[in-house]
Design a protein around this ligand. Sequence first.
Ligand SMILES: Cc1cc2nc3c(=O)[nH]c(=O)nc-3n(C[C@H](O)[C@H](O)[C@H](O)COP(=O)(O)OP(=O)(O)OC[C@H]3O[C@@H](n4cnc5c(N)ncnc54)[C@H](O)[C@@H]3O)c2cc1C
Length: 511
Amino acid sequence: MGNRGSPAATPVLGSNGDRTVVVLGAGVAGLSAAYELQRLGVPVEVLEGTRRLGGRIYTFHFGDSPDAPFAELGAMRIPAGHSNTLRYIAELGLADELRSFHSLLADKNAFLRTAETYVRMHDAARQLIGELREGLSHDGYHPETLMFGAWLTLVVDAIAPPGQRHDLRRDLRTRLLDHVERLNLAPFVRDNGSAFDLHGVFAAHPALREACGGPLRGFLDDILLETSTELFRLRGGMDQLVRRLARRIQSPIRRHHEVIGLESRPDEVLVHLRVAGQHVVRRCAQVLCTLPFPVLRGMPLDGFGDDKLDVIHQVQYVPATKVALHCREAFWQREGINGGASSSGGRVRQTYYPPIDGDPAHGAVLLASYSVGEDAELLGRMSAAARYAAVLADLAPMHPQLLRPGMVLNARSLAWGQLPWSGGGCSVQWGLDPAVADEQRRRAQEPEGRIYFAGEHCSSRPAWIDGAIESAFDAVSRMVMRMPAGLADPEPDPVHADVPDVLPVYAKVPG
Ligand SMILES: Cc1cc2nc3c(=O)[nH]c(=O)nc-3n(C[C@H](O)[C@H](O)[C@H](O)COP(=O)(O)OP(=O)(O)OC[C@H]3O[C@@H](n4cnc5c(N)ncnc54)[C@H](O)[C@@H]3O)c2cc1C
């Protein structure tokens, strides 16, 4: 194993006869896989490099009290169609904690940063249409066409990285508005022309996606999903999903076991680990690896075929950065903002106003900034102190209360692109032709000898919890199919065969 020391010189754990499946990584993919394998009676063990379970599901609590406010530094919402996630939530007894998640566009009093100033969302239409017109070659479009262009610009500007923002402006000018001009969009105008049902338009006219350029088209579904009205959150924090899952796993979950190399051999896998400063080697019959590919890129992978190495290096990841401020009070409520998000522009991009689940006496959390791509990289490269200062400077004109002495009690940020345990926010398939993306996913999932792969990057829903769970189900099915008779319960569908149909529960979610 390169310069990490030969296996012979280091302690080797595990024996030839041991059939335990060793799962690498205790994010939601690793924990789901361990849970499903255990359900099938397969001996399993989870190795996690950090002290914390959950990976990119990370609820940070500002204080030890159960009522302390918290920030979702990773995943924060669950789309209504994400049935794997919702099934687990029901199965783990968390359905009562589901609440509606209010996204961008949900609160008309939230802000939109324009080229020169800030306006409230309810005043955004005029401003956005004015700015859109400036870049057009003629002024003959229907008002509804311009509303469409304005609203699409709003959501893409708030969420997408600079490349996509640029692509959208080009697409609008060159083809999208001409395409839309032929449609009857009057039914989608809302609130006397101050709002527009963008989601309704794309649902009614699916061919519209084709009129968007490649990169934007790849990102559009995520943008529409992220701004949908059919999103949920978990009252009390998303990490409950992880904690409940971990509690159901009776097999060992070993923290502080950092994988530093893998050796794929014909009849075994050697997992090289750093444990308490020591290099140890775990001999395994089968391994399920859920480590994000940027993590694998940084370690020796002996015995891996060229195709597997290629795909490990090819899958694209985008950085994501979140900055949360623990405030003395939810001052924004006094300005009429009761949730949702602002499109804050600048380095901040999006600002969310999460509800207070605990005791308001402990203060409230403002998710001051959520950015992806180059914007996230820019903030991510700063020191934590410089990052807070940059976000405060950008937000203060919109929320001057932030500068009041004693208003900001604490801050926490996480730049996922800089974190060695993920090496990126999420995997993306932006700009890839759907057939190429499918093929890349197939290659990402493909086992390497006795090493199987799971994680959001191996799924049909990359960058979502649902994809991570889906990938775990797929990997477990593959493993079980190849296991010797008698090792796993020969249930044909290993996944949730015994779970009743729980989905109607979600129709009753409180706001
Ligand atoms: C900022 C942000 C916002 C998001 N928002 C949402 C959202 O609202 N809704 C949604 O559904 N999804 C969201 N996602 C995506 C979602 O969080 C991920 O898709 C999902 O959590 C990934 O799970 P995973 O198990 O595949 O990977 P991870 O959670 O990354 O798990 C991998 C695990 O491996 C461990 N590990 C890494 N390296 C090593 C090593 N060398 N040795 C041992 N262990 C190691 C890590 O510590 C981690 O625990 C968001 C992600 C980010 C970053």
